[in-house]
Ligand binder design. Structure first.
Ligand code: AMP
Ligand code: GLY
Length: 424
């Protein structure tokens, strides 16, 4: 069958790479893709935000399954559009996607369905928000309601910081309409982890857990990024914690979706905080994580296309996922300047040498082909994943591959997986 993948980052390269391994697949199409994806997929001459155009393309090219990577097309209703043409697609519709597209919607959903999360209040008026901060005191977390490219959350240690964050959103409108409504919530302590679950609206199943590294520098310092690396499994998610997550987060979320009559066929990703074995949800995402996917999919031994079909067709109950017990580590190579304004168009060398190492996959994120060269394009450029017989072996192998790769002003973290090693 032919498959269409929407997106063009490291997550989508990992998905395309896994789809390519399925015996059922003929042609993979990808919109917009990147230099790595285009080695295994065909380009789509349609703008990635032209949902009608994409549906028309899928019909014309006999696409039997579309898999959506990023949240923006899901929030914009790509699933509604495809369903209206009878096309099969993996992902929630626009209603379900509000769990990521509106933090207020997500928090109210959690409150209504008994899912543990930090206490919160919602504001649109500056004076009321500032008065709330005076009353509560710091620390606090200020969040823009809508999609803000991962920049809408400010953890505030002081009241002054909270005031700045509130004014930035409500007064200066730095997030535009996405910050016209804000949430102010209590700060949670503990260790974060990512649980990506798949659901067909009747069954919900967690994939192997992962942990992301959001800060740009070693030891979790510096500004937040989209993610500088990941590893799977996450030792903080013990079997007992996983049961807690299933019981208090995943099953209530599934019941809530059904009760609110939200048709949901896709990923429900819970960003959770774990403290003394108790779990609280920080956020929901409605798609695979990036870079968590680059650490989790290489561990999936069973067929990824079969999994996506089972989710899209409502047959998840009967589907069995099989996992490689070996840990995987993904190290992200970022462009100079990232997460601020970053360098672009630098040639990348060593791609073939790195990929030739056993149990290594080099996933492209922000790359493009210019003549005969692969050059940098995005802030996160490559995700280098390695499997190993132990976590330390996986880490060593990943950094061995990283050492093969070069582009001007590249930077990456040296401590991916170190937190998990310390826990083991
Ligand atoms: P979110 O997009 O809501 O996950 O927020 C992004 C990041 O901000 C999370 O990964 C956490 O590191 C941090 N964060 C968000 N909410 C809280 C909270 N209530 N307490 C502590 N940290 C938080
Ligand atoms: N790695 C965090 C995310 O995908 O949102």
């Amino acid at each position: 069958m032919n498959i269409l993948i929407i997106g063009g980052g490291g997550r989508e390269h990992a998905m395309a790479w896994k789809v390519r391994q399925s015996a059922r697949v003929n042609t993979i199409y990808c919109a917009p893709g990147n230099a790595g994806i285009m080695q295994i997929a065909e380009p789509v001459p349609v703008a990635p935000d032209d949902l009608r155009g994409l549906a028309a393309f899928a019909r014309q090219h006999d696409v039997q399954l579309t898999i959506v990577g990023p949240e923006a097309p899901l929030c914009a209703g790509i699933v509604n559009e495809f369903h209206s043409h009878g096309l099969r697609i993996f992902g929630p519709d626009a209603h379900g996607a509000k769990l990521e597209g509106s933090k207020v919607f997500a928090k109210e959903f959690m409150r209504a369905h008994g899912i543990p999360t930090a206490p919160f209040a919602v504001f649109q008026q500056l004076d009321k928000a500032l008065a709330h901060v005076k009353k509560k005191g710091a620390p606090l977390v200020v969040k823009a309601d809508g999609l803000a490219g991962g920049k809408g959350v400010t953890v505030c240690q002081t009241e002054a910081e909270a005031e700045l964050a509130i004014r930035a959103a409500l007064e200066q409108r730095v997030f535009g309409q996405a910050g016209a409504t804000i949430l102010i919530e209590d700060l949670l302590h503990g260790e974060e982890a990512s649980i990506m679950a798949v659901t067909d609206g009747k069954t919900i199943r967690a994939l192997e857990p992962a942990q992301d590294h959001k800060r740009v520098y070693d030891n979790d310092t510096g500004p937040n990024t989209g993610g500088m690396g990941a590893y799977s499994p996450a030792p903080v998610i013990t079997p007992a914690v996983l049961r807690e997550i299933d019981h208090h987060v995943l099953q209530p979320a599934l019941a809530g979706l059904r009760q609110e009559k939200i048709e949901y066929h896709g990923v429900l990703y819970a960003g959770v905080m774990i403290h003394q074995g108790r779990v609280q949800v920080l956020e929901f995402n409605v798609r695979f994580g990036d870079p968590e996917t680059q650490a989790v999919l290489p561990r999936l031994r069973s067929d990824f296309v079969e999994l996506c079909l089972a989710v899209a067709d409502g047959r998840l109950q009967a589907h069995e996922m099989v996992w490689d017990p070996r840990p995987a580590v993904c190290v992200v190579l970022a462009a100079g300047g990232y997460p601020g304004p970053y360098h672009q168009h630098h040639p990348i060398s060593g791609l073939a040498q790195a990929a030739a190492l056993a149990d290594v996959a080099v996933f492209h994120a922000g790359t493009e082909r210019r003549q005969d060269q692969v050059v940098t394009k995005g802030g996160r450029v490559l995700g280098v994943t390695a499997l190993g017989g132990s976590l330390s072996a996986a880490i060593a192998r990943a950094y061995q591959a990283v050492a093969c790769l070069h582009f001007e002003h590249a930077h990456f973290r040296w401590d991916i997986g170190a937190k998990a090693l310390a826990r083991l």
